[in-house]
Design a protein around this ligand. Sequence first.
Ligand code: NAD
Length: 418
Amino acid sequence: MAEEANPFESLQEQIDDAAAYLDVDADVIERLKHPERVLETNLTVELDDGSLGRFRAFRSQFNGDRGPYKGGIRYHPGVSRDEVKALSGWMAYKTAIVGIPYGGGKGGIVVDPKEHSEDELERLTRAFATELRPLIGEDRDIPAPDVNTGQREMNWIKDTYETLENTTAPGVITGKAIESGGSAGRVEATGRSTMLTAREAFDYLGRDVSDATVAVQGYGNAGWIAANLLEEQDATVVAVSDSSGAIYAEAGLDTQAVRDHKDETGSVVDFEGAEEEFSGEELLTLDVDLLVPAALENAIDEELAREVEADVIVEAANGPLTPDADEVLTERDVHVFPDILANAGGVTVSYFEWVQNRQRFYWDEERVNEELESVIVNAFEELVEAYESHDVPNFRTAAYVVAIGRVAQAFEESGVFP
Ligand code: NAD
């Protein structure tokens, strides 16, 4: 995986690309390229052996013009200030393109959770939640899960916040377990929006996703659900990968069986039903109809982009293509359907979770999935309309044209304080 592209610079380039097609003041565009504030903190946590661990952590609040900041918290050794800033910006434009009333935020801790016990992770999470307390709140900033965090961490954050505030506030965080105020359908939501985007994309291109062969990079929450739901649409998932390697079967993999194998062994490799195994990088250049990057950012750089054989890319991960790769793929007529739409299911169902928390009234999974489908299909139609009416080079620029237009309008309507 290429590491050299700075994700924050990638975000700023994407904004500049779209700004050229928008009638928005240059000063306003400049404002929309930077976070409003970033918390950087050093968390001190007692480790199980009695020693003290120190962990850098960040929370970036990118833009609050359309509503409370919203975005996940990531635990990964590669977390950096610029990565968190970029991810918070992508959140601001993601919430705008799907039209939900939030701004963008993102957080992360520089940690490899595999190296820590559950007790250590709980102390670390509660230490971070304590630092975040003045910044977050149901109407202020609402974190959620991201890479290597899930319901467990969200519940710890909720409990810490509620204990310190002496209140109940389930809407302070989303992605909780159902019993703690989570929403039906939240766990599957990101992969579901990826599948829906792929389905709509193939339809728009005059093709049928059920005839497509698919490769999925990354078999975590987003990737495995996307693979599973694409298989449900009768697409043939021929290859999947994780950080240990890739597996391939020409007739298609049984995505549930691969998931069970990963749960048992920790990886997709050595799966019985696979015909071949190769490196994760090779998966990205397979001759398939649809490629779904669902791991981390910068998975495809300029060089790899020249070798991509897929006709369509639907981005489940945030920022999986470098800007140079984007340019190459546009030149090569590979249709890329961008992250800020394709993985927006997570934040959309987070929004539904928050709505249910505020109303103390809960929906069944069928309603959640129906509401999600209507949000994603509407957003897809608006994206296509922008693509066709603005003469933009690709769907990503079209998505930013829609999203930046909405954030800029909210800012301009509110004016500057003081
Ligand atoms: P996860 O931790 O559940 O899964 C990540 C997967 O990627 C793991 O299977 C890991 O082994 C794999 N991976 C890591 N490096 C790899 C490599 N070099 N090659 C192949 N596979 C590799 O994380 P997730 O929640 O599925 O998130 C994945 C991406 O989706 C991230 O970019 C995240 O920001 C984005 N995303 C997730 C959600 C969500 O709700 N989970 C929402 C929006 C966006």
